[in-house]
Design a protein around this ligand. Structure first.
Ligand code: AMP
Ligand code: GLY
Length: 426
C-alpha cells in the first residue's frame, strides 16, 4: 500500500511512525511533513490546505489511503473531493466535519440527540447577546461559531470580560466569518478528558483515554496553547465513567446521525468535562488530537492501517484494538515566546541520545532538516514521550528524555501528569 499523510505536526509524525509499522505499507508520503517525518516518509511539497494539489498528487501516485491530520482540509471538503475521484481517504465528509467546523451545528446536533452538554443560546446580534449575559451573569463561556485556530472560546469570569468577548467577535469581527454567530454557554466545572473513537458510522471502537494540558505554564496558568503535554490513560475516566461517555455521548451521536442517513466515518474526538453530575460534552473534533495522539498511539499494539481501512469500508465490527497497558506521557518542548511570537531556526541537540533510550521517543512538530541537522521552525517543536509501569514512572522517563535534548530558548512544562499522579495517590 501507498499511504499519504497530510500535515506537519507531532500528531502527523506519530501517525506516520505508527503507519510505518504496518506490514501492508510499502511507501509513505507526507505533505508537507517536518524534519522528523523526513526520516521515515518522503516529504511532498504541497501545503495541507491545498486540496487541488493534494488530490493531483494522490491521483498521480495512485495513493491507496490518505489520512488527514488537521481539521481545516476536512471542513473544506477534502474527503468528498477524494471520494468523487475514487480515492480512499480517512475522515468524515464535509457536512459531518461541521461537528468541528461549526460550534452551532455541533451543539444543535448534541441537543437533537440528547447528549449531555452545557445549556446554550445562539446569537448574531450583539445587543441581544449582551442582554442575555446581563440576565444569566458570570461565569459564562463565549464561543465563536467557526474555526478560530483554537482561540475562539473565552471562559469569562466577569461581565466586562464577557462583554469584551461578545463585542470583539460580533462587532469587531476578530475571527472574520467564523464569528458571524456566537454561542453563550453555561460554564461547567470539573476535570477535562479527551476521548477518541473510531467509527464507520455504525460501529464504535474507542481508543484509550487521554488528557491534554492546554495552558502554557505549570499549574494550568497563563494563556492557552495548542497543548503542552498529554498522558494516556486519564485516571479521572475510570471504567464506569468511560462506558458512560461512550453510551451517553458517542452512541447517541453516531446512531442519531445514522438514523438520518448520515454515516460518520473516521475518528471522532470528544472533549469531555467530568462534572459531579457525570460526563458532559464540551466539543467535538473530527480528527486526531494533538498532543493526545502522541500519548495514545504509542500504546496501540494493533495495526493502525487495518483500523483506518475498516472505518472507510464499514467493517469496523471486525476490528479489535489491543493496547499496551502501561501509561504513556508526552511532554511538549516549545520555542521561547510561544504561544506568542516565537524564535526560530535554533539547532536541536541530543535527539540521537533519546534514540538509544528504551521506552522513550521523540516526535517532531515544528522542525526542519537542513544538511542533516535539525532546526526549530515552529512554536511547538517536539513531543517527547515516555512509558512506565505507572504514570509517575512514565513521567520520569519522559523527563529523562527531555533532559537529553537542548536548543536555545527551549521551554516545557515541568508538571505534565501531576494531576493524574495525585488522583492515583487518592
Ligand atoms: P472547545 O474549543 O469548545 O473545546 O473549548 C476550549 C476549552 O474551553 C475547553 O477545553 C474547556 O477548557 C473550555 N470550555 C469550553 N466550553 C466550556 C464550558 N461550557 N464550561 C467550561 N469550560 C469550557
Ligand atoms: N489537544 C487539543 C486538540 O487537539 O484539539
Amino acid at each position: 500500500m501507498k499511504v499519504l499523510v497530510i500535515g506537519s505536526g507531532g500528531r502527523e509524525h506519530t501517525l506516520v511512525w505508527k503507519i510505518a509499522q504496518s506490514k501492508k505499507v510499502k511507501k509513505i508520503y507526507c505533505a508537507p511533513g517536518n524534519g522528523g517525518i523526513k526520516e521515515i516518509a518522503e516529504l511532498v511539497n504541497v501545503k495541507a490546505d491545498d486540496i487541488d494539489g493534494l488530490l493531483n498528487f494522490a491521483k498521480n501516485k495512485k495513493i491507496d489511503l490518505t489520512l488527514v491530520g488537521s481539521e481545516t482540509p476536512l471542513v473544506h471538503g477534502i474527503v468528498d473531493r477524494f471520494i468523487k475521484e475514487g480515492l480512499n481517504i480517512f475522515g468524515p465528509s464535509k457536512d459531518l466535519a461541521m461537528l468541528e467546523g461549526s460550534k452551532v451545528f455541533s451543539k444543535e446536533t448534541m441537543k437533537r440527540f440528547n447528549v449531555p452538554t452545557a445549556d446554550f443560546k445562539v446569537f448574531d446580534q450583539p445587543d441581544e447577546a449582551r442582554a442575555y449575559l446581563k440576565r444569566i451573569g458570570v461565569p459564562i463561556v463565549i464561543k465563536a461559531d467557526g474555526l478560530a485556530a483554537g482561540k475562539g472560546v473565552i471562559v469569562a469570569q466577569t461581565i466586562e470580560e464577557a462583554t469584551k468577548a461578545i463585542d470583539s467577535i460580533l462587532v469587531d469581527k476578530v475571527f472574520g466569518a467564523s464569528g458571524e454567530k456566537i454561542i453563550l454557554e453555561d460554564c461547567l466545572e470539573g476535570e477535562e478528558a479527551s476521548i477518541l473513537v473510531f467509527t464507520d458510522g455504525k460501529t464504535i471502537v474507542p481508543l484509550v483515554s487521554s488528557q491534554d494540558h492546554k495552558r502554557i505554564f505549570d499549574n494550568d496558568k497563563g494563556p492557552n496553547t495548542g497543548g503542552m503535554g498529554a498522558y494516556s490513560p486519564a485516571p479521572v475516566v475510570s471504567g464506569d465513567i468511560f462506558d458512560d461517555i461512550i453510551e451517553k455521548v458517542f452512541r447517541p451521536i453516531i446512531n442519531g446521525l445514522a438514523g438520518e442517513g448520515k454515516f460518520y466515518k473516521g475518528v471522532l474526538y470528544g472533549g469531555i468535562m467530568i462534572t459531579k453530575d457525570g460526563p458532559m460534552a464540551l466539543e467535538f473534533n473530527v480528527r486526531f488530537g494533538d498532543p493526545e495522539t502522541q500519548a495514545i498511539l504509542p500504546r496501540l499494539k494493533s495495526d493502525l492501517v487495518d483500523a483506518l481501512t475498516a472505518c472507510i469500508d464499514g467493517t469496523l465490527d471486525k476490528i479489535n484494538l489491543e493496547w499496551d497497558q502501561r501509561p504513556c506521557l508526552c511532554v511538549v518542548c516549545a520555542s521561547r515566546g510561544y504561544p506568542g511570537t516565537y524564535e526560530r531556526h535554533k539547532e536541536i541537540q541530543g535527539l540521537e541520545l533519546v534514540k538509544e533510550m528504551k521506552d522513550a521517543a521523540v516526535f517532531h512538530a515544528g522542525t526542519i532538516c537542513e544538511n542533516g541537522k535539525i532546526f526549530t521552525s515552529g512554536g511547538r517543536v517536539l513531543g517527547v514521550i515516555g512509558f512506565g509501569n505507572d504514570i509517575r514512572l512514565a513521567k520520569d522517563k519522559a523527563y529523562q528524555a527531555v533532559s537529553k535534548i537542548d536548543f536555545e530558548g527551549i521551554y516545557y512544562r515541568r508538571d505534565i501528569g501531576d494531576r493524574a499522579i495525585k488522583i492515583r495517590r487518592i
